[in-house]
Design a protein around this ligand. Structure first.
Ligand code: RB5
Length: 146
């Protein structure tokens, strides 16, 4: 499993903590930036990671901005992306189980680091349930073309 990770300046500190966490767990990842805390625009990083997921360069994406909102809005405009902005272990779990989310969005300015790392673990370790949820995901594509 290969993970693409990206953030803007407001998500940079949490991105660095998640990267350390992925390294400790010996998980394979690609860091798409930003690489410092200087102000940047979140859509640039949301698109880099989302396109990498959509093109199959990586299997999953993790995006962090201040609230996670801008990242999720942008990522969900890329065909094939199901980006979930989550705020608890339960929403992280459900976004995989029922929604087969392939991009996890987190808010670096609104989450405690410990909870965010636990959410990453839960998200990466939960599989899609399929079944009736598969039809609903197909419906998203049919109705939106995305
Ligand atoms: C940057 O100030 C902030 O607007 C951005 O990180 C994000 O929270 C947008 O949704």
């Amino acid at each position: 499993m290969k993970i693409g990770i990206g953030s803007d300046h407001a998500g940079y500190v949490l991105k660095s903590a998640i990267i350390k966490h992925l390294e400790e767990k010996k998980l394979d990842f690609v860091d798409y930036g930003t690489f410092k805390e200087e102000s940047v625009n979140y859509p640039d990083y949301a698109l880099k990671v989302s396109k990498a997921v959509a093109d199959g360069e990586v299997d999953y994406g993790i995006l962090i901005c201040g609230t996670g909102i801008g990242m999720s809005i942008t990522a969900n405009k890329v065909k094939g992306i199901r980006a979930a902005l989550v705020h608890s272990l339960e929403t992280a779990r459900m976004s995989r189980l029922h929604n087969n989310a392939n991009v996890l969005c987190l808010g670096g300015r609104v989450l405690e680091e410990k909870l965010a790392l636990e959410m990453v673990d839960v998200w990466l370790n939960t599989s899609f349930e399929g079944g009736r949820h598969e039809n609903r995901l197909k419906l998203i594509t049919t109705l939106t073309g995305l």
